[in-house]
Design a protein around this ligand. Structure first.
Ligand code: TYC
Length: 103
C-alpha cells in the first residue's frame, strides 16, 4: 500500500483506523471559602447530578482536595469548566474547576 511505503520511507506512522474521541474529566478543586451548598448547587445545575450525588461529590472534593464532576469530549469539558468558573466568579466564590485528559 502506498501509505505503508511512505511510512517506511519517513518512519512516520499514519493512523488508519478512526480513533474514538478522547475523554476529559471536569475536576472540581477544594478551597476553604466556597459554601458547601453552592458546590452542591453547581453540581446539580451544570452536571445534572441529583442532590445525593452532588452531596457525595462535594464531600469527596472537601475531604480529598479534588473530585470528578463529569467526563465529556474536549469541547464539552472545556465549556462546562468555563461555565463553572464564570458562575463562581459572578457569585463571588473562589470555586474553580479544571479539565484533565482521561487515561
Ligand atoms: N471546603 C469548602 C468548605 O469547607 C467546601 C467545598 C467543597 C469547596 C468542594 C469547594 O470544590 C469544593 N466550605
Amino acid at each position: 500500500m502506498a501509505q505503508n511505503e511512505t511510512q517506511e520511507q519517513t518512519g512516520i506512522e499514519v493512523k488508519e483506523k478512526l480513533q474514538p474521541p478522547s475523554l476529559y474529566k471536569v475536576i472540581l478543586l477544594n478551597d476553604d471559602y466556597t459554601p458547601m451548598d453552592f458546590v452542591i448547587h453547581v453540581l446539580k445545575k451544570f452536571f445534572n447530578k441529583t442532590e445525593t450525588e452532588a452531596y457525595d461529590i462535594m464531600m469527596a472534593v472537601h475531604t480529598q482536595g479534588s473530585g470528578v464532576a463529569g467526563v465529556f469530549s474536549f469541547e464539552i469539558a472545556e465549556m462546562k469548566s468555563a461555565q463553572v468558573n464564570m458562575y463562581s466568579r459572578k457569585n463571588e466564590h473562589p470555586l474553580k474547576s479544571v479539565i484533565e485528559k482521561e487515561g
